[in-house]
Design a protein around this ligand. Sequence first.
Ligand SMILES: Nc1ncnc2c1ncn2[C@@H]1O[C@H](COP(=O)(O)OP(=O)(O)OP(=O)(O)O)[C@@H](O)[C@H]1O
Ligand SMILES: [Mg+2]
Length: 418
Amino acid sequence: MALHISATNPEHPALLLELPWDLPLEDWPERHLVPLPRGISRHVVRYARAGDEVVAVKELAERPAVREYELLRSLHRLNIPAVDPLAVVTGRTRDDEAPLEPVLITRHLNGSMPYRSMFETTMRPATMHRLMDALAVLLVRLHLAGFAWGDCSLSNTLFRRDAGAFAAYLVDAETGELHQKLSDGQRSYDLDLARVNISGELLDLEASGALHPSVDPIDFGTEICGRYQSLWQELTRTSVYPAGKHHYIDRRVRRLNELGFDVAEMQIAHSSNGDSVTFVPKVVDAGHHQRQLLRLTGLDTEENQARRLLNDLESWMATQEDYAPGDPLAARPEVLAHRWVREVFRPTVRAIPKELRGSMDAAELYHGLLEHRWYLSERAQHDIGLDTAVEDYVKHILPKLRAKLPAPDAAASRAPSA
Ligand SMILES: Nc1ncnc2c1ncn2[C@@H]1O[C@H](COP(=O)(O)OP(=O)(O)OP(=O)(O)O)[C@@H](O)[C@H]1O
Ligand SMILES: [Mg+2]
């Protein structure tokens, strides 16, 4: 049987050919290996150098190797945080033709740590909670995409620090199954497996003296399920609001954003008598809004700004007569978006006197305005509208902001004496 490398990127096989495929992974010479921390696993896993990259190589039978490779590719397409599959190598033999197990190759997740290494430097309970949150978020994301993990555990997750929080990545997809949609039964079965695995792993740490004494392994397993449940509920429930209480939608979207989720679309429906508004958010990955806003309006902004602007755009679109998603005869979103830029965005920004704008660009100003509108609407318990927000912003907020920031010319004239 000849050595066969099937890879996602056509450049990879050449780099991978340099590795000693005629040796079992256990016997690979040091010069190919990269000594980074690894989690516990049944299979032999090693990190190796391939060109400029560090790859994780896992020895396993062909069927599961190919299956896991395909699943990881699907997760990649679905934008789920998971390790990146690079190749499957089959037909390995020793010098004497004795067969060797195939391998699955994934890209080493830069900056990631298996949870055990994180516990080696004593972890405080607050940090543990953030880590658990990250794992609950990952599991929810997977379930939203229709993926039943089948073996969610701390060992099968990689953690990466993310501006004070943690981001969790799936590392082991071997037992996973991708469906169109998961039933409640499938989800709760998967969640129960996670609970048992996690409590087991924490008990194990406790036995080795590596767990903070304030952490109870069993309670923690239960708690992470609680976090999962409330997150799932928050993300998927349908809300009904009284018509006119538009800021309720804003409030819900904010809560989702705070949980680290982005809302791509809102399905907004008005009841036939016009009394209430039904709202279902569609949750997506981060970075989505920036691309979406740029595509629709040509405005290039930061992600958080893009999110707020798009929310505003979508709520506005829903008030337009020719807005009917899915109807081929209705106005296209791009057309409506340009109308919004022309009729709402630009006039609003222009209403702000130039001398008050300082160095803020149009998107920043508009974003600030939306924030202010949100704040005032919450205080007033009803939507105060954009015009009132602009008026108040110009009168009360911008002068204060300007007082804090030196005008560009003032800063320049001070510079030489500093
Ligand atoms: N791409 C990667 N980046 C970083 N670390 C990785 C990567 N792939 C594997 N690892 C490390 O290797 C460990 C074992 O990998 P994996 O869980 O896939 O093996 P396994 O033998 O299938 O595990 P199990 O015993 O759960 O079946 C992981 O816990 C992780 O620490
Ligand atoms: Mg594993």
